[in-house]
Design a protein around this ligand. Structure first.
Ligand code: IDP
Ligand code: CA
Length: 464
């Protein structure tokens, strides 16, 4: 069954991060500032100087203070005297993930340092339980049980737990989404952890991009020191996709619609980020759009066909609680050319194209990473640097030889073609634009959840 093959490919992609307990040796990060990094094992500082990082989102006027995350100057003997935790759930459209972050404050003079992360994920995501909210919350409970084992009992009451849902729940009706969130809230209330107000919510798309940008730039050492070269980020989820970068040219600011720009202050400088979340442009939503099935009222029984699928294929696919029947063009054309034309209709003219990004390089993760791994463009553990044209080359190879790739997902051709079209025709990247494919930096997942946890801890005043 193609659906099963599809899951197989995806679970391979995520299997390596399954419960990846990470303890980066804090003593290796003992110098202050990225330039002074002593260890060749850890070329990038985990804990960076956030001396007075204040963060104000222009559309919401909500303040975020992340100032208390300093690296230590030294490695005190009693390194684990003051450990504390933060639990952040990512309720994504294709899966739910728990991130348990460990912070250590080694002495009162030094501010807390990010020490490591425990990560686990389950599939499908909460939106697949739209009609069984209790069952959906049960999946969250199973993940939360991990935190009970990971966090020492005397710290349970001081450890906040938060869940933020993204595009899967944004696409559900308000009523169904709220029913799911309510059940999850009950699971949290019944747990021994600290449940802040607003602990279970749907996150605004613009936060998703900004928080992921903070995570990546924090982990790569770009948010501290004099020579900051921040990197832009590209996240490709199941239902939505985000692009975020710090514009360098005044022209870009002038040409960008106001709601794509968000201001915040850092080290007494004001930064204006370009960020946008495109709902319905995630990889799986794009499959439905390509098939002509996105936002269709009644899909039961209807067969959706595409030249991006193997000719003889006829199968079913469940996404967001809906069953879709899909198949190849039995009589008509298949292959890269007709597929690209189909996919082009989904992206052409639908996205804002900032000129500035054409020549810059970006960090890319989630499905960009997974599909690059699935087609051996990069190594699962190492990641790697690709050019946009590498995705196109691979898309041609797969689409024009679908019979050779029949053990992988039947959507592999469509996915690679969509990624190519999204990058080139959607965002307007050049063929030779460099993409740094990264799943983890220093063993911490490159997810918006770390940025969200900084905000959470700071808003709760959790520093010791
Ligand atoms: O923390 C993470 N670690 C590894 N992969 C992640 C993480 N968060 C999201 N992903 C990847 O994101 C993709 C799915 O996106 P998601 O389910 O978050 O959709 P959404 O962002 O549209 O709601 C998958 O490729 C999944 O592997
Ligand atoms: Ca996501």
């Amino acid at each position: 069954m193609p659906g099963a093959a599809e899951e197989r490919v995806e679970s391979r992609s995520e299997a390596g991060t399954y419960c990846s307990s990470v303890i980066a040796d804090p003593c290796l990060t003992a110098s202050r500032g990225p330039g002074k990094m002593a260890s060749s094992r850890l070329p990038i500082l985990l804990a960076l100087a956030f001396s007075s990082l204040s963060f104000v989102l222009s559309h919401s006027n909500r303040e975020m203070w992340f100032q208390d995350f300093f690296p230590p100057n030294t490695c005190p003997i009693n390194a684990r005297a003051n450990t504390f935790y933060g639990i952040m759930f990512d309720a994504g459209s294709t899966g739910t993930r728990i991130h348990i972050y460990t912070f250590v404050q080694k002495s009162p003079e030094n501010l807390p340092e990010l020490e490591g992360e425990i990560f686990e994920s389950v599939k499908p995501g909460l939106s697949a339980y739209a009609d069984q909210p209790e069952k959906g919350a049960e999946t969250v409970k199973r993940l939360l049980d991990m935190a009970i084992d990971a966090v020492p009992p005397h710290l349970w009451k001081k450890t906040p737990v938060v869940l933020k849902a993204t595009a899967g729940l944004r696409l559900l009706s308000e009523e169904k989404a709220q029913a799911l969130l309510l059940e999850v809230r009950e699971v949290f209330e019944e747990s021994p952890f600290l449940v802040p107000e607003d602990s279970v919510s749907i996150m605004d798309g613009s936060y998703e991009g900004i928080l992921a940008w903070i995570t990546v730039n924090f982990l790569t050492g770009q948010l501290s020191g004099q020579n900051q070269h921040t990197v832009g980020t590209l996240d490709l989820g199941g239902a939505s996709t985000q692009i975020t970068f710090l514009p360098r040219f005044e022209e870009t600011l002038k040409e960008t619609p106001g709601d794509f720009l968000t201001s915040f202050e850092m080290f007494n400088s004001t930064y204006k980020l370009y960020t946008h979340s495109y709902l319905g442009f995630g990889l799986k939503a794009a499959r439905l759009a390509t098939l002509g099935a996105l936002n269709m009222e009644a899909v039961d029984g209807q067969m959706f066909r595409s030249s991006c699928l193997p000719k003889q294929l006829e199968a079913e696919w469940h996404f967001g609680g809906v069953k879709y029947r899909y198949g190849g063009n039995k009589e008509g054309e298949t292959g890269f050319k007709p597929c690209y034309l189909e996919v082009l209709k989904v992206v052409k003219g639908k996205l804002h194209q900032p000129d500035e990004i054409r020549g810059s390089s970006f960090y890319a993760f989630s499905y960009y990473y997974d599909r690059a791994v699935d087609t051996n463009l990069i190594d699962y553990e190492q990641g790697g640097v690709l050019e946009v044209k590498d995705f196109e080359r691979k898309a041609k190879e797969v689409c024009d030889n679908m019979e050779r790739y029949n053990s992988a997902s039947p959507f592999l051709c469509m996915d690679l073609t969509y990624i190519t079209a999204l990058l080139k025709e959607g965002f307007g990247f050049r063929d030779n634009t460099l993409l740094q494919l990264t799943k983890k930096v220093n063993n911490i997942e490159t997810s918006w959840t770390l940025g969200a946890t900084f905000h959470l801890l700071q808003s709760l005043g959790i520093t010791y």
